[in-house]
Design a protein around this ligand. Sequence first.
Ligand SMILES: Cc1cc2nc3c(=O)[nH]c(=O)nc-3n(C[C@H](O)[C@H](O)[C@H](O)COP(=O)(O)O)c2cc1C
Length: 180
Amino acid sequence: MKKILIAYFSHEGENLIDDELVPLSKGNTMLAAEELANSLREKGGNPSLFRIEEMIPYPYDYNGTLARSRQEKEDGALPLINGGPNGFDLYDVVFLGYPNWWGTIPAPIHSFIRDHNFKGKIVIPFVTHGGQDFLYSLDEIKSVLKDVEVIKGFSCSASYINMAKHVIEDFLKDNLDLLN
Ligand SMILES: Cc1cc2nc3c(=O)[nH]c(=O)nc-3n(C[C@H](O)[C@H](O)[C@H](O)COP(=O)(O)O)c2cc1C
């Protein structure tokens, strides 16, 4: 299998699931990223996981995170993040995972894209969401990663995050040739 990186951003803490505020000890996108890594390993791959983290953490509470992220979106802000994995240049395929925030990619994903050179790589975005799937996020990624091959990955609804394994297996079944 090609050399694969799974880079993801995920907000830990309070989240709104089916109209209820619930504390999540592990974010949905982190769960999906780990499931993806397990599935790839079961198929003979050896993916690396990298968690993209903002240097000034988003608030624990849902509403605080909504407020800050809305402001960042309005300002086109690029928050400082924790860099990237060693040897980024050596990866052939980058799975890029994120929650749908305001219909698109969270600001730390913008920061990660800005900080790395994706030329020659295959980029496979995957999303977790509250009902809106990828919405504008794929177009946003394609517009900032011009001349890079971007292939639509899988999406998992926050309400059915326990189905992530099935969604991922379905995606891999149809796209394994991309990874070999
Ligand atoms: C700041 C913020 C904005 C969000 N905006 C949307 C949205 O526009 N559309 C949507 O379907 N879900 C939205 N959601 C829901 C998240 O995409 C969903 O809960 C996701 O699974 C969270 O992933 P995480 O736990 O990895 O952070 C939003 C959540 C937050 C915290």
